[in-house]
Design a protein around this ligand. Structure first.
Ligand code: CDT
Length: 352
């Protein structure tokens, strides 16, 4: 057995007018609750610290305030950013690992002779902070950015401007090991070196996805091939379906929300099953300044069942003790990739 107590820290709305301090207080409060339940890993949503700002066409001079600045050249990452550092410090004090999504502004040092010395690239990112290592041990930049660069012009259209504000991630889907999480586990390098047919009982192998990524089988499979045991996925998903023009589909709001939730559950349950991994799927939900987001925060078992799902659309901690050994059956049998996959027939997936 390899038990691990995890929590999905669902967050209710973050409104435009909410102060950062208020948001941090809420998040630290969820960590306090987690500590009371003996939780070892807490997963927060996508863009957890701010409202889901890609729904707005922003004045370029107002965009920066939604981003955390990282300066890799000077070794400054998210955990040092003064606007969010209190969350990581609190996690370290409580001894809880944290996975959290944020808007990343990565400073770039330009070549001599360029117009300016520095520029930046913006990503929709998340990190995995290890309380034991007191450091970020995993990072992911969202690859599947939904929406458009230019705003939809149809009257009443809803905007989804992630392609405007972010570059697609450039890190691939890097699985990693979370040090010291499972008692009695063999200590391994924090890097995952080779895909294994079954877990080798080392520290848990973790992968991270962000929102729209969870709808793409390829993303999960790349993690599956690295032997992933837990996928952490935060999201902000509108509670109504829209057409390609941004207009609302012709359905009652209740039916539309039910359908959005159906697709969310199908994606997470099917891909957890097909890659023999747990998944922790975490919403920012409720109505952000009147813009409804679905809930559906849930922890999914490698057999595809929902272990536990949120009951509200507010800040809510969904806790479960999982056994990583439950991944072994799928990884050793139906989804023993090394035995049964036929990659020679899958070329079209990467060629097109
Ligand atoms: N944040 C995010 O990626 N949201 C998208 C909405 C895209 S419209 C279907 C999602 O896939 O949930």
């Amino acid at each position: 057995q390899r038990p691990l107590t995890v929590a999905a820290a669902q967050m209710g709305p973050v409104h435009l007018a909410d102060s950062r301090q208020a948001v941090l207080n809420r998040m630290c409060g969820l960590l306090d609750q987690a500590a009371e339940h003996g939780v070892q890993l807490v997963v927060f949503p996508e863009l957890a610290f701010t409202t889901f700002f890609p729904r707005y066409l922003l004045d370029p001079k107002d965009v920066g305030r939604y981003f955390e600045i990282e300066d890799p050249q000077n070794g400054l990452g998210i955990a040092q950013s003064p606007n969010v550092k209190p969350l990581f410090d609190h996690a370290a004090r409580l001894g809880i690992d944290v996975c959290v999504g944020y808007a990343e502004r990565s400073l770039q040092t330009n070549k001599p002779g360029s117009d300016s010395q520095t520029s930046h690239i913006d990503y929709n990112s998340c990190v995995y902070y290890s309380a034991q290592a007191r450091a970020v041990v995993g990072k992911y930049r969202k690859i599947h950015l939904p929406g458009a660069v230019e705003p939809y012009t149809a009257p009443g259209a809803f905007q989804q401007l992630e392609k405007r504000y972010f570059r697609p991630g450039d890190l691939g889907f890097p699985a990693f090991r979370a040090p010291g999480l499972v008692e009695g586990a063999l200590k391994k390098d924090s890097k995952v070196t080779a895909p294994g047919p079954t877990s080798d009982k080392g520290d848990p192998i973790i992968g991270m996805l962000i929102c729209n990524d969870r709808r793409w089988a390829e993303a999960w499979r790349v993690y599956g091939l690295q032997g992933v045991e837990v996928v952490c996925c935060g999201y902000n998903t509108t509670a109504f379906a829209t057409k390609a023009t941004g207009e609302m589909v012709d359905m009652t709001p209740e039916d539309a929300e039910e359908e959005v939730l159906l697709h969310h559950r199908l994606s997470c349950q099917a891909n957890s099953y097909m890659n023999a991994c747990f998944s922790i799927n975490v919403a920012k939900t409720g109505a952000e300044d009147g813009n409804p987001l679905v809930g559906g925060t849930m922890i999914v078992h490698p057999n595809g069942h929902i272990i536990k799902e949120a009951e509200t659309k507010e800040d809510e901690l969904v806790v479960a003790t999982i056994d990583l050994a439950d991944c072994d059956r799928g990884k050793g049998k139906t989804f023993a990739f090394h035995k049964h996959r036929k990659p020679e027939h899958y070329g079209a997936i990467v060629e097109q």
